[in-house]
Write a new protein. Structure first.
Length: 156
C-alpha cells in the first residue's frame, strides 16, 4: 500500500519499529533494578549500642584509650628495658601505667610481650590487671588478652 506522498506504509512501520527497538537499550540506562530476585536488601537497622572503646576498661573514652595506647607502645617497646610508663587524662580523671613483665617473644609471627596494668578511674576503684599485647606495626600494639585483677589497694 502506498501513501499519497509516494512512500509505502510498510516502510513507515518498519522505521517506527526500528526507532523503538533502538530506544529500548538507551531507556534501560535511565533506571535501575535490584539484582536480587527478591528486591533490594533493606537498610541495616541502626541502634544506639556501641561496644567499649578500650579493651582495658569500659570507663575509658576515646581520649583515654588514645593516651593509654601511646603509653603501652612505649612500655612494650622490644628495645626498651621494660620501664613503667604512665598516662593521664585530666578531662576525665582517668589514668594508668603499664610495665612489661617479660622479654619480647614471637607468637604467630608477631612480636609479643606480657604486661601489667595499673588503672585508676575518676568514679571507680583503682584496678590492676595482666595482659598480652602483640605488635601490629611500628607503634601499634594489639591487646590479645587482658584479665582484670581484684581492686588494688588505694595508693593515689
Amino acid at each position: 500500500m502506498t501513501r499519497r506522498d509516494g512512500r509505502s506504509t510498510a516502510g513507515a512501520v518498519r522505521r517506527a519499529l526500528l526507532a523503538g527497538i533502538l530506544c529500548i537499550p538507551l531507556a534501560a540506562c535511565s533506571f535501575s533494578m535490584p539484582l536480587s530476585p527478591f528486591g533490594a536488601a533493606p537498610d541495616p537497622i541502626t541502634t544506639g549500642s556501641i561496644g567499649p572503646v578500650s579493651p582495658l576498661a569500659d570507663a575509658h573514652d576515646h581520649e583515654d584509650w588514645r593516651r593509654a595506647r601511646a603509653a603501652l607502645a612505649v612500655a612494650l617497646d622490644p628495645q626498651g628495658p621494660g620501664t613503667r610508663v604512665g598516662w593521664e587524662n585530666p578531662e576525665t580523671g582517668n589514668a594508668g601505667a603499664f610495665e612489661s613483665t617479660s622479654n619480647a617473644y614471637v607468637r604467630d609471627d608477631r612480636v609479643c610481650r606480657d604486661f601489667a596494668a595499673d588503672l585508676s578511674f575518676a568514679e571507680k576503684p583503682r584496678r590492676t590487671g595482666n595482659g598480652i599485647a602483640c605488635r601490629m606495626s611500628e607503634a601499634d600494639w594489639r591487646i590479645d588478652g587482658f584479665s582484670m585483677q581484684s581492686d588494688a589497694p588505694d595508693g593515689r
